[in-house]
Design a protein around this ligand. Structure first.
Ligand code: GLU
Length: 270
């Protein structure tokens, strides 16, 4: 395996098209030359190459993780009364809801904001964040801890025009079911920004992917962190919607459940 990964690493490292995201200004400061690949197998065996110790924000790679948490809290049926499971075919932050007036799926922004709104509902913000942090750490095997980039959080919050609008668009269309107050919307948006601003390194990301590959059991700790049912639905959604409006092309060419994040990470589950 190591030789194959080394070859993939060397083949890809020389590609330098594309650019770092700048619609969240703090993300524009990230060094675009950083590159790493980490692999963790379901037996816990790990292989790392490149800048694998450097921390980066999870951004939308947090969406499948929070989806599993919400799935385990609410159950599939209750959760999917609030969010769909079809690809939208549109950009990740498009103003579009499905025929039932719900966000298309949990992997795009509107859907992920909806999912965040269901985690620790009614509890104070610190407790809600602690739920997410604790799950993320367990998914990543607890050897290294998640961090938090407050500058990115503040930057996201300050430039959140689109995400705030999406939340109010859902509210206008009755997607939240119960009458959510503006204050509750703000708290759920903040939780979403916080999960996106949570930091991990590439090695931890690989353990998270391995936990998903291992039906929710972390290969390093043997703990069942999230249920098999949640992981099964999560992987289906990652396969169909995880790469946004390139999901079809990605499934066609790569054919594996994946999730991208605007910080430059891809979580791939084999
Ligand atoms: N925090 C980003 C946003 O809400 C996440 C997008 C992404 O990583 O794809 O726009």
């Amino acid at each position: 395996m190591q030789e194959v990964i080394k070859k993939i690493f060397n083949d890809i490292k020389i590609l330098n098209e594309g650019k770092v995201a700048d619609y969240i200004p703090e993300l524009a400061k990230v060094d675009p030359n950083k590159f790493a690949i980490s692999v963790c197998k379901v037996n816990g065996e790990q292989f790392n190459i490149g800048d694998t110790n450097d921390y980066f924000c999870l951004q939308s790679c947090s969406k499948p993780l929070s989806y599993c948490i919400a799935h385990d809290i609410l159950g599939r049926d209750e959760l999917h009364k609030k969010v769909g499971y079809e690809p939208s075919g549109q950009a990740f932050n498009a103003f579009i809801l499905n025929k039932s007036g719900l966000p298309h799926n949990p992997m795009i922004n509107a859907g992920a904001i909806m999912v965040a709104s269901q985690i620790g509902k009614g509890q104070e913000p610190s407790k809600r964040f602690n739920i997410i942090k604790s799950y993320y750490n367990k998914l990543a095997g607890e050897t290294e801890k998640t961090g938090f980039d407050n500058s990115v959080f503040l930057s996201e919050q300050h430039h959140a025009d689109r995400n705030i609008s999406l939340a109010y668009y859902m509210r206008e269309n009755g997607a939240f079911e119960d009458k959510i107050s503006p204050n509750e919307i703000t708290e759920s948006l903040n939780l979403y920004f916080q999960q996106c601003s949570t930091t991990i390194n590439c090695k931890m990301a690989a353990v998270i992917a391995a936990t998903l590959a291992n039906a929710g059991v972390c290969p390093l700790t043997s703990e069942q962190v999230v249920t098999t049912d949640a992981v099964k639905d999560c992987l289906t959604l990652m396969y169909g919607c995880g790469m946004y409006d390139y999901s079809g092309q990605f499934s066609f060419e790569v054919g594996l459940p994946a999730k991208s994040g605007v910080s430059g990470c891809i979580l791939l589950v084999i």
